[in-house]
Design a protein around this ligand. Structure first.
Ligand SMILES: [Zn+2]
Length: 56
Protein backbone atom coordinates (compact mmCIF):
# COMPACT_ATOMS: atom_id res chain seq x y z
CA UNK A 1 0.00 0.00 0.00
CA UNK A 2 1.42 3.34 -1.01
CA UNK A 3 0.63 6.62 0.66
CA UNK A 4 0.77 10.04 -0.87
CA UNK A 5 3.06 12.64 0.54
CA UNK A 6 1.27 15.68 1.81
CA UNK A 7 1.82 18.57 4.15
CA UNK A 8 -0.16 18.42 7.34
CA UNK A 9 -2.41 21.47 7.50
CA UNK A 10 -2.08 21.68 11.29
CA UNK A 11 1.59 21.14 12.12
CA UNK A 12 2.95 21.91 8.64
CA UNK A 13 5.11 18.78 8.50
CA UNK A 14 5.45 16.79 5.33
CA UNK A 15 4.29 13.26 6.02
CA UNK A 16 3.71 10.12 4.02
CA UNK A 17 0.57 8.50 5.32
CA UNK A 18 -3.08 8.17 4.45
CA UNK A 19 -4.06 11.48 6.03
CA UNK A 20 -7.03 12.41 8.13
CA UNK A 21 -9.90 14.81 7.91
CA UNK A 22 -8.82 17.78 10.08
CA UNK A 23 -12.34 19.02 10.86
CA UNK A 24 -13.15 20.83 13.13
CA UNK A 25 -9.62 22.12 13.65
CA UNK A 26 -9.34 23.01 9.96
CA UNK A 27 -11.99 22.99 7.27
CA UNK A 28 -9.67 22.08 4.42
CA UNK A 29 -6.62 19.97 3.76
CA UNK A 30 -5.43 16.85 5.49
CA UNK A 31 -3.67 16.30 8.76
CA UNK A 32 -1.18 13.73 9.94
CA UNK A 33 -2.02 10.88 12.33
CA UNK A 34 -0.31 12.63 15.20
CA UNK A 35 -2.38 15.81 14.89
CA UNK A 36 -5.46 13.71 14.36
CA UNK A 37 -4.93 12.02 17.72
CA UNK A 38 -3.59 15.04 19.59
CA UNK A 39 -5.83 17.80 18.28
CA UNK A 40 -8.59 16.75 15.93
CA UNK A 41 -10.16 13.94 17.94
CA UNK A 42 -10.30 15.93 21.23
CA UNK A 43 -11.73 18.93 19.36
CA UNK A 44 -14.35 16.74 17.73
CA UNK A 45 -15.32 15.14 21.02
CA UNK A 46 -15.72 18.48 22.78
CA UNK A 47 -17.75 19.81 19.85
CA UNK A 48 -20.08 16.81 20.00
CA UNK A 49 -20.43 17.18 23.77
CA UNK A 50 -21.30 20.84 23.33
CA UNK A 51 -23.92 20.05 20.70
CA UNK A 52 -25.49 17.42 22.90
CA UNK A 53 -25.71 19.91 25.74
CA UNK A 54 -27.38 22.48 23.54
CA UNK A 55 -29.98 19.96 22.45
CA UNK A 56 -30.97 19.01 25.97
ZN1 LIG B 1 0.33 17.26 11.79
Amino acid sequence: MKFNKFTCCICGKEVEEYGNNPWPVKEEGRCCNRCNLDKVLPARISLIRKENKENE
